[in-house]
Design a protein around this ligand. Structure first.
Ligand SMILES: Cc1cc2nc3c(=O)[nH]c(=O)nc-3n(C[C@H](O)[C@H](O)[C@H](O)COP(=O)(O)O)c2cc1C
Length: 219
C-alpha cells in the first residue's frame, strides 16, 4: 500500500484488539521514528505494551485496548506543534501501510503521565497505534469549494492537494482551514483554537502528498 492509498484508508480507531505488534514491525516504526526525530529535531517516543496513555475512566468510556502509542513531543519552540502535526501525519500514514490503525488524541489522554515519561518538554498529543477492532469510518467532510475559493482556476495538482487535505484528521473533524493558491504559491489559514498548529501540520502533509511537493511552494 502506498501513502496515497493509506490516506484514503486511514480513519480514527479508538478500540484495539490485543494482537501484539510483531517485533519486525516495531523495528520499522522505530527506524522511521529515529529518522524523523533527527531530521526535524523532535523527541517523539514510541511505547509498546504500555497502558499508561489513558486514565482508567477514559479506558472504560472510549479508549479500548490502547497498548501502544507515540508521544508527540519536542523541546518547546515556535512552530513545534505544526512540526509535530506534520510528522505525525507521516507516522500515521506509514503505520497504515504496515497494516496498523491509529488515532491522534490531543485532549483526552493522560497528559500528566505522558509529560512525565516523555523525552521532550512539550507534549502536543499522542497517537494510539495497533490493530483496530474495526478499520474506522470516513469522517464527514467539507467540500473542496468550502475550503478553497481558488479551486476552479488552479491546475489539476491543486484539486488533488485539496482532496487529500480533506482526508487529514483534524480536531473534532472541524476542518477549520482554508487553502488558496496563485500560480505555484499555496497558502493555508487554519483556526482550530489550541489545535491550530497541529491541524495545520497534519493538513499540510496531506496536501503535499496529494498535490506533489514539486508542483508548488508554501507561502
Ligand atoms: C489535533 C487533534 C486533536 C484530537 N483530539 C482528540 C481527543 O482529545 N479525543 C478524541 O477522541 N479524538 C481526538 N482527535 C481525533 C479526531 O476527532 C479525529 O481525527 C477526527 O474526528 C477526524 O476523523 P479521522 O481521524 O477518522 O479522519 C483529535 C484529532 C486531532 C487532529
Amino acid at each position: 500500500m502506498d501513502l496515497n492509498k493509506a490516506m484514503v484508508q486511514r480513519h480514527m480507531v479508538r478500540r484495539y484488539t490485543d494482537k501484539p505488534i510483531p517485533t519486525e514491525i516495531v523495528e520499522k516504526l522505530n527506524q522511521y521514528l529515529k529518522k524523523t526525530n533527527e531530521q526535524y529535531g523532535l523527541s517523539i517516543d514510541l511505547k509498546i505494551n504500555d497502558t499508561r496513555a489513558f486514565t482508567t475512566i477514559a479506558k472504560l468510556l472510549f479508549a479500548k485496548g490502547v497498548r501502544n502509542f507515540f508521544i508527540m513531543a519536542g523541546q518547546d519552540r515556535a512552530n513545534l506543534d505544526e512540526m509535530l502535526g506534520y510528522c505525525g501525519a507521516g507516522l500515521m500514514l506509514y503505520a497504515q501501510t504496515l497494516g496498523l490503525n491509529t488515532w491522534w488524541v490531543g485532549g483526552t489522554f493522560n497528559r500528566k503521565m505522558m509529560e512525565k515519561i516523555s523525552s521532550g518538554n512539550r507534549v502536543a498529543g499522542i497517537i494510539a497505534v495497533g490493530y483496530g477492532q474495526t478499520q474506522g469510518v470516513p469522517h464527514k467532510s467539507k467540500t473542496a469549494e468550502q475550503v478553497s475559493s481558488d479551486i476552479n482556476h488552479m491546475p489539476p495538482w491543486f484539486r488533488k492537494g485539496i482532496d487529500a487535505a480533506l482526508l487529514a484528521p483534524t480536531a473534532l473533524a472541524r476542518q477549520a482551514f482554508t487553502i488558496n493558491g496563485s500560480n505555484n504559491n499555496v497558502s493555508i489559514l487554519c483556526n482550530s483554537g489550541i489545535f491550530t498548529g497541529v491541524d495545520t501540520g497534519l493538513v499540510k502533509y496531506h496536501f503535499e502528498l496529494g498535490a506533489g511537493k514539486e508542483n508548488f511552494e508554501w507561502i
